[in-house]
Design a protein around this ligand. Structure first.
Ligand code: SAM
Length: 387
């Protein structure tokens, strides 16, 4: 398969980065910052979304995320005692919500591998924004366990979800997930989620040139008119183990061009500020958006960086707060949680950290190229920080 044919430079084992200390001023009574529902960073970007990784383990070995030769059975996954408990996660999430977070996405690793995840969902679903509204609570999954779990997730209070699927051709998909997992089981999982009343459902397809780009049109044809929003993601240089090369990236502009040859599209307005995907609607014969046919999205982190309105924070599996998907270090919130700090101190720590945020990795990558490997600043793996 072309997927594994090029030479990759892979470290013997991933090393988890050190942590950043929470600024001391955040915890001093004179400089405590209370939550007022509105928090901006140094570039004026509001805090709106929180992604929470609930496990660093996955049952797939997608080469662009958790390549088999690095994530072996001997890989030093986090021990259970390092993981935030559901109570700890909910306590942190509550402070984020008080600061203005309205959307929480559970991710990983594969979040459905975390035992009793429904209990966490119940706890998060009970949180309310300062305006008294429930959260937009969602989850990203590879779909492998959905047929078994969709109804329980819905009953626990999950609103909607995103399923990752990199192609409809069984051989291509089995090679990409690298554990021989069949397409049909993911499609059955999507169907189960739909039947359980989870929606709207989104499907994410990471596009790798020469590996699954022939799947772009079949995927679009399959999901057009189903109410499921298909999103094409540019292959990103996240982490340090996937051997990323620019040549493997198929720019979103080319995805749109290929689709347009058969399925006319028109650009749509963003539904929300800070949205990761650019939306395109299927056009009818008059050139207007055919709402029954639906829409697709493209996520172009590599060719069209969207740092300028990035409103996302990330909580790693062991309670490190990351301000960027491409960060090299996170802030240790777990020490605060386990060190007897109050909710007010926790909220203040989050506020000080977000207010000091400067990250804009993808914009710098566009200007200067990817950060060189071996620069002593190894980026964290997506399976650890959460996709
Ligand atoms: N296991 C879950 C899943 O498969 O959706 C959640 C975690 S996964 C890290 C989240 C998303 O990140 C998936 O849609 C995956 O395809 C995407 N992803 C992982 N590595 C990527 C990369 N290098 N470039 C672009 N997307 C990537």
């Amino acid at each position: 398969m072309a997927e594994n044919s090029h030479k990759r430079v892979i470290p013997v084992a991933d090393q988890r980065p050190g942590t950043l200390a929470v600024p001391a001023s955040a915890l001093q009574p004179a400089t405590l910052l209370p939550a007022n529902g509105l928090l901006n960073d140094t570039r004026g970007r509001a805090l709106h979304d929180l992604r929470i990784s609930v496990t660093d383990r996955c049952n797939f070995r997608c080469s662009y995320c958790m390549p088999k030769d690095v994530f072996t059975k001997d890989y030093p996954y986090l021990p259970h005692s390092s993981l935030l408990t559901f109570e700890e996660i909910t306590r942190v999430a509550k402070q984020f919500v008080a600061h203005g977070v309205e959307k929480i996405r559970l991710t990983g690793g594969e979040p459905l591998l975390r035992k009793n995840l429904e209990i966490l969902i119940e706890q998060l679903a009970a949180l309310r924004t300062p305006a008294g509204q429930p959260l937009d609570l969602t989850l990203t999954t590879n779909g492998s366990l959905l047929t078994r779990k969709a109804a329980a997730l819905k009953a626990a209070g999950l609103n909607r979800l995103t399923v990752s699927l990199d192609g409809l051709d069984d051989a291509v998909f089995r090679a990409m997930n690298d554990v021989d997992f069949p397409v049909k089981d993911v499609l059955d999982g999507i169907e189960a989620a739909h039947k359980a009343g989870l929606g709207p459902i989104k499907v994410n397809m990471v596009v790798k040139r020469g590996t699954n780009d022939a799947q772009i049109l079949p995927m679009a044809r399959h999901f057009k008119g189903t109410g499921i929003v298909l999103r094409f993601i540019e292959y990103m240089d996240v982490g340090a183990t996937n051997g990323w090369r620019m040549n493997d990236v198929l720019p979103s502009a080319e995805v749109i061009q290929r689709l347009q040859q058969e399925l006319p599209l028109i650009p749509l307005e963003a539904a929300q500020p800070g949205e990761t995907a650019q939306r395109w609607g299927y056009a009818n014969a008059a050139g207007a958006h055919d709402k029954d046919a639906g829409e697709i999205g493209v996520i172009s982190s590599v060719t069209q960086a969207f740092c300028s309105d990035c409103n996302r924070a990330r909580l790693s599996t062991e309670g490190q707060l990351y301000l960027c998907l491409f960060a090299t270090q996170g802030y240790n919130l777990r020490d605060l949680l386990r060190g007897g700090r109050s909710d007010a101190e926790l909220a203040s720590a989050i506020a000080h950290i977000w207010q000091g945020r400067q990250d804009r990795y993808s914009e710098l990558r566009s200007a200067e190229g990817p950060a060189p490997a071996g620069d002593g600043k190894r980026r964290v793996e997506m399976s650890y920080i959460g996709g």
